[in-house]
Ligand binder design. Structure first.
Ligand code: ATP
Length: 519
């Protein structure tokens, strides 16, 4: 068996496998799909749950110093004023004047002023049309060579269009990433209609400001991160549980961002899930805790990976740091398109507690009963993407392998998901659908169910095909009931990764799989 280089376009292959095998579907598929929203199918939800359960186990259930929270998605609007999201959670947006791509300025490829801008298009026709439009707009000194346009140079902006490489860009415009809705019995549309009917409308920005005023009293926002609830509930949790600093509050759940650039399948979507923890510690111990958490989180991601070397820790450059952060590391993964963030581990200082104290009027402080001193704790925040984590492990687990068969060689697709993450732990298969084998197989499945292990009865198609089907969805073990089982009570245990088979006692099957899951 030799490992084959995976397909050139790995992402396309994974997206197609996700749909074909029930991991992830485009939302509202039959209506043409909703851009940037995804549904996790029968196997996807198992994988996502397993990942999130592992996170909860590592962050909450294996520690005495971290407790959980499940907060509401819609919170008081003051929360977002205090956190700065209402005013500041904006992305600078830019339109390319050549290819019309709309993109985030802070994510665009960098190009210094005066450097040659490598403009390139999908085909000659598009390049020709782009050159004609630029010349018509008064640009000079440009020439075309096949699909490329030469002669353009980087501007003072320091970046170019990520799609065509053009430095001909619109001004930057701010755009709020939070989804707005309204709450309460009064529909703001009624107030807006009455205002318009009243006539004598102000113009431009004044009109917009007046409309905003009408909307504001009932406006609420879908949370763009889970973190703020942990700051807002800091005192309630600390006091109700009698917690002593240092301690952490963990939460997993949905977050929503009206992202402009949605990209790479579920990597960046508008609705996604996060796994975040705020760790409150005494000022002065924060650097040590940042080191501790960045290491612990890195090791956690690597533990479930086939290729731990594709994960790295990257310290933020000083000009990259959020204004409130004292230090920050990104845990990055080498995706098929390059390195990308999977989790951020930041030292947020006492910024958030101070802000919420100021806006709410509550004293968000801690009294140390031993030292008899009062202070505002500093916060270390490991903030991970759960849905991004699912995509990461799908990429990490995807292999195509050349295998030798009776008819020659063949290629098998196998998802080498960590057994703890695999959606189905064990497939139980009667070799043929007769001679009492299906009944025996169902008994075995039932015994797994009783132990809380997700087993699957599978009798469809020839046995070889069934093995392949389970390789493709990452089932680590298959158990086959055959003629010999009926005689001597043994069954075949097949391993997904090595494809090796051995006979074990049917009575020992559950124990054996439990043991393998623990290893
Ligand atoms: P990015 O730089 O990719 O926009 P971010 O720095 O804004 O991410 P954080 O606010 O630190 O992200 O959120 C923590 C984690 O949540 C990220 O590391 C990522 O895994 C996940 N995440 C953030 N935005 C999205 C999104 N739009 N879709 C999926 N996951 C996301």
């Amino acid at each position: 068996m030799s490992e084959r280089a995976v397909s050139d376009d790995l992402m396309k292959t994974i997206v197609s496998l996700c749909k074909r095998r029930g991991f992830v579907f485009q939302s509202s598929d039959i209506y043409g799909g909703l851009k940037s929203a995804y549904d996790y199918g029968p196997l996807g939800i198992e994988l996502k749950r397993n990942l999130m359960n592992e996170w909860w186990r590592a962050m909450v259930h294996s520690r005495e110093d971290v407790v959980g929270l499940d907060a509401s998605i819609v919170m008081h609007t003051k929360v977002w004023e205090a956190s700065g999201h209402l005013a500041g959670f904006r992305d600078p947006l830019v339109d390319c004047q050549v290819c019309k791509e709309r993109f985030r300025a802070d994510k665009a490829p960098k190009l210094a002023a005066g450097e040659p801008a490598p403009m390139a298009f999908a085909d000659k026709g598009r390049a020709k049309a782009a050159l004609a439009a630029l010349e018509q707009a008064g640009e000079t000194g440009l020439t075309r060579s096949k699909k490329a346009i030469r002669g353009a140079v980087g501007s003072e902006r320091g970046y170019v269009c990520p799609n065509c490489g053009s430095p001909f860009l619109s001004a930057e415009r701010a755009f709020n990433l939070m989804f707005r809705s309204s709450i309460g019995p009064v529909d703001p549309m009624g107030d807006i209609a009455a205002f318009i009917e009243g006539g004598d409308l102000p113009a431009g920005t004044e009109l917009r400001a007046r409309l905003e005023e009408l909307i504001r009293p009932s406006a609420v926002y879908l949370r763009p991160e889970t973190a703020q609830a942990m700051f807002v509930q800091f005192l309630n949790i600390q006091q109700s549980m009698g917690l002593k600093v240092p301690f952490g509050i963990a939460q997993m759940g949905k977050s929503f961002r009206n992202e402009i650039t949605v990209e790479h399948f579920t990597f960046r979507s508008c609705e996604f899930e996060q796994m975040e923890m705020e760790f409150f510690c005494e000022p002065g111990t924060d650097d040590t805790w940042l080191d501790y958490w960045k290491q612990a989180r890195m090791e956690w991601w690597q533990k479930f990976a086939n290729d731990p070397d594709k994960f790295r820790l990257r310290a933020h450059e000083p000009d990259e740091l959020a204004h409130y952060a004292k230090g920050c590391y990104d845990i990055e993964y080498l995706y098929p398109w390059g390195w990308g963030e999977l989790e951020g581990v930041a030292n947020r200082t006492d910024y958030d507690l101070q802000k919420h104290a100021k806006y709410s009027g509550s004293k968000l402080e801690y009294f140390d009963p031993v030292e008899r001193k009062r202070y505002t704790p500093f916060v270390i925040e490991p903030a991970a993407g759960a849905t991004r984590g699912v995509l990461t492990y799908l990429v990490d687990a995807y292999f195509e392998e050349e295998v030798v068969t009776q008819k020659g060689t063949d290629v098998r697709t196998v998802l080498k998901l960590h057994p703890q993450l695999a959606p189905i732990k064990v497939a139980v298969m009667p070799l043929v659908k007769k001679n009492g084998m299906p009944e025996k197989a169902r008994e075995v499945v039932e015994s797994f169910f009783q132990r809380g292990i997700n087993a699957k009865y599978d009798a469809q198609h020839a046995i070889g095909k069934r093995y392949r089907r389970h390789d493709e969805v990452g089932t680590p073990w298959c158990l086959t009931i055959d003629g010999q089982t009926m005689e001597d009570g043994t069954i075949t245990l097949r391993d997904r990764d090595t494809m090796e088979q051995r006979r074990i006692s049917i009575d020992n099957a559950v124990h054996e799989i439990e043991q393998l899951l623990r290893d």
